[in-house]
Design a protein around this ligand. Structure first.
Ligand code: GRF
Length: 192
């Protein structure tokens, strides 16, 4: 059976685009069920342009974090995805949501975890003066960027790098590794 994936985004959606391209080109065999976001963003535009179903679960429409988490949890559950891919989804979900989809939520983070977790991984790594950074594809657990690591790639920091230039080189690797990791998970699913 074809792996069923749901992708969550918040930003420019270039990781999503790499998934969609890999699907089109047959490098990734999966069914992209829908793309969700917490707000209107370029990622949603990309999905719509490709004719993929989209949805928004915007925290501004809920009285508190718990209500937003429950709404997102139900929305995600409705798709019955094998994997939920947080591809630049910049929200922290609560423990109940993580538990419901335990081992099935994948996140990509632009630093070599466990170093530099959180929303500013690239900036924090640069500020620390690291000579090598990179990215991590990992399973989401109840912590922030603490879940089991699935794949990593190193990216050297170059002289004169700023946050934008380093992040862009990291994202080139990130787009590749996210697709490769999903493809490997898809093959594992087939074997089960
Ligand atoms: C990625 O580097 C991701 O790791 C980080 O935000 C970026 C999202 O980029 N959390 P995009 O929206 O896929 O272009």
């Amino acid at each position: 059976m074809l792996m069923r994936i749901l992708v969550m985004v918040s930003g420019s959606g270039t990781n999503l685009q790499s998934i969609m391209d890999a699907l089109t080109e047959g490098r990734l065999k999966a069914q992209l069920l829908a793309v969700g976001a917490d707000k209107p963003c370029l990622g949603i535009d990309r999905a719509q342009a490709a004719g993929i179903e989209t949805f928004l679960v915007d925290p501004a429409n809920y009285p508190d974090r718990a209500a937003w988490n429950r709404a997102l949890e139900e929305k995600i559950a409705s798709y019955q995805a094998d994997y939920i891919v947080f591809a630049g989804f910049m929200r922290i979900v609560d423990a109940q949501l993580v538990e419901r989809f335990a081992g099935r939520i994948i996140n990509t983070h632009p630093a070599l975890l466990p170093s530099f977790p959180g929303a500013h991984g690239v900036r924090d790594a640069l500020a620390h003066g690291v000579k090598v950074s990179g990215l991590t594809v990992h399973l989401v657990d109840a912590g922030v960027d603490t879940g089991p690591i699935l794949a990593q790639a190193a990216v050297p920091v170059l002289e004169g790098d700023d946050e934008a230039s380093l992040h862009e080189r990291i994202k080139v690797q990130e787009r590749r590794l996210l697709v490769e990791t999903l493809a490997a998970l898809g093959s594992d699913l087939k074997r089960q």
